[in-house]
Design a protein around this ligand. Structure first.
Ligand SMILES: Cc1cc2nc3c(=O)[nH]c(=O)nc-3n(C[C@H](O)[C@H](O)[C@H](O)COP(=O)(O)OP(=O)(O)OC[C@H]3O[C@@H](n4cnc5c(N)ncnc54)[C@H](O)[C@@H]3O)c2cc1C
Length: 117
């Protein structure tokens, strides 16, 4: 079982941790286009309001600590540009180099937030 999770914050990191608890052998890749994963979205107003002084206090995990704890391949500053559902593949762009590569999956989880209009 190979799972790709797009988005590494609220839903993505939660899903990755839960999946690992359910299946020790699955290959889990979590991709986020940002610099950080698993941070406290809901704490942001406290940082802006100067109640939380150090933004590091909003970070719950780093890519390295998450990998060490849950054996999840975490890739930051990489953006999923395209999903090819018929082939069960995604096209990923490394934002630092513009290099693109593809990765296949058995299951794909999208946790990229959403917006209602
Ligand atoms: C200030 C604030 C207060 C909040 N308070 C509450 C609250 O009290 N209660 C509550 O229930 N909810 C609250 N929320 C909402 C809650 O944080 C969100 O509903 C939740 O974070 C959504 O989870 P998510 O995993 O879908 O998205 P996020 O946690 O936003 O994570 C999405 C991630 O996906 C990444 N991403 C997007 N597109 C791509 C792509 N193509 N390729 C790679 N990565 C991608 C982004 O970089 C981002 O890091 C609050 C939000 C904010 C900002």
């Amino acid at each position: 079982m190979k799972v790709i999770i797009v988005g590494g914050v609220a839903g993505g990191a939660t899903t990755a941790a839960r999946l690992r608890r359910l299946d020790e052998k699955a290959k889990i890749i979590m991709i986020d286009k940002g610099n950080h994963i698993s941070f406290a979205n809901c704490g942001l107003p406290y940082y802006i309001g100067d109640v939380i002084k150090d933004k590091k206090d909003l970070l719950l995990q780093t890519p390295e600590s998450f990998n060490e704890r849950f054996n999840v391949d975490v890739r930051v500053r990489e953006k999923v540009e395209k999903i090819i559902p018929d082939e069960k593949k995604v096209i990923i762009k490394k934002l630092d180099t513009d290099e693109e590569y593809e990765e296949d999956y058995d299951k794909l989880v999208l946790s990229t937030r959403s917006r209602t209009n």
